[in-house]
Write a protein that binds this ligand. Structure first.
Ligand code: SF4
Ligand code: SF4
Length: 355
């Protein structure tokens, strides 16, 4: 059976009022807010944009989503998890500051922002899924504990996965840093000895004593390491880093994480993609992230596979070519969608309803 994807064309992302009007129509026609029961705690999962970028969904649009959920008697809040890479969203304090800088204040959006601290056990949950790559997924608890989840996703290119849509917003975006590391590499961090300044911060934060100092240099015992990524966050010099290996396995692991996030959300998840300001790279890039496609529009669906497939198709149509493949020739942008369909997250067979 086809999944329905509602679509509102937008010609100019900078026309905030036109986008707001289109979004209201989209929400009303798609019935998306009905995913939230009265009284439900609804997590609105988004990306606040890395410090220095303007590639994120504007607070004015997010407010409309939150208002629509609140109008049903639900209690929405905004959330994103901390990053694995070294930017301004590596810890809760800095991440929250970036969100506020980008205008996601309570006054502007009408709801609170919650950044889960995945260094505290109570904020982390292990979700058993027993899939091909991931047996147990490490997810921030606020996403599994919420009664319903709604993605507000900035649709764009991505160097490791071809593009980033709702599947990635959930799979990578809801994972703890440990979970992100598990998706990106074979669990342990890479160590660049020449960058180590011998400060010992990594040794202090390692929960399993997998690091000790020797001759003012960090020594990592990979047999003990559990891949929590605490040391990556703590290292001030970039000596401990994620080994960002790309490839097909990463996309599949990411999709298996999406499966984990949605495991207890049957009928309680809804998806919005904003195919506006479509850049070559993820919103984590601070500088030099070039625009590669015209503004296309807004998508809404109850199927995360269908919405990403429809968004990909319409962006490619607007460009007259496989734009993400052109900029990221090593990545197959269809892989994440096809694998998500294979493991039962949705269907690539969609009906596009323009509203
Ligand atoms: S990733 Fe975690 S467990 Fe592994 S060395 Fe770093 S702090 Fe220790
Ligand atoms: S935190 Fe980084 S710089 Fe400091 S000792 Fe550890 S690896 Fe070296």
């Amino acid at each position: 059976m086809k999944s329905r994807v509602f679509f509102t064309p937008i010609k100019d992302a900078d026309d905030i009022e036109a986008v707001n009007a289109g979004l209201k129509t989209l929400l009303a026609k798609s019935g998306l807010p009905a995913v939230a029961e009265p009284g439900a705690k609804v997590v609105v999962k988004l990306h606040f944009g890395e410090d220095g970028t303007d590639a994120f969904v504007r607070p004015a649009h997010v407010r409309i989503v939150c208002d629509a959920l609140a109008a049903r008697g639900a209690f929405p809040f905004l959330s994103d998890a901390n990053t694995l890479y070294r930017g301004k969203r590596l810890n809760c304090e800095d991440h929250l500051a970036v969100a506020m800088d980008h205008g996601f204040t309570r006054e502007a959006v009408g709801v609170d922002v919650f950044i889960p601290d995945d260094t505290r056990d109570q904020n982390v949950v292990d979700v058993q899924i027993d899939r091909q790559f991931i047996k147990t997924a490490s997810i921030c608890r606020c996403y599994t504990d919420a009664d319903a989840i709604m993605t507000v996703t900035h649709f764009k290119g991505h160097g490791l996965t071809g593009f980033g849509g709702s599947l990635k917003n959930l799979g990578m975006g809801c994972a703890t840093r440990r979970g992100k590391l598990a998706q990106h590499c074979d669990v342990t961090p890479s160590f660049y000895e020449d960058k180590c300044i011998g400060c010992g911060e990594c040794e202090k934060v390692c929960p399993v004593n997998a690091i000790h100092m020797e001759d003012d240099r960090s020594v990592l015992d990979r047999n003990k390491c559990i891949g929590c990524a605490n040391c990556i966050a703590a290292c001030p010099s970039g000596a401990l880093m994620v080994d960002f290996k790309a490839g097909d396995d990463l996309q599949k692991k990411m999709v298996e994480y999406t499966y984990a996030v949605l495991k207890n959300k049957k009928g309680k998840a809804a998806y919005l993609n904003f195919a506006l300001r479509i850049n070559k790279e993820c919103d984590c890039w601070r500088y030099g992230n070039q625009r590669i496609a015209p503004d296309v529009g807004l998508f809404a669906s109850l199927d995360p596979v269908a919405i990403d497939k429809a968004s990909l198709d319409l962006v490619n149509n607007a460009c007259g070519k496989e734009i993400f493949k052109e900029f990221h020739p090593d990545q197959n942008p269809y892989l994440q969608i096809e694998y998500a369909e294979k493991i039962g997250l949705g269907t690539t067979d969609y009906e596009l309803i323009t509203v």
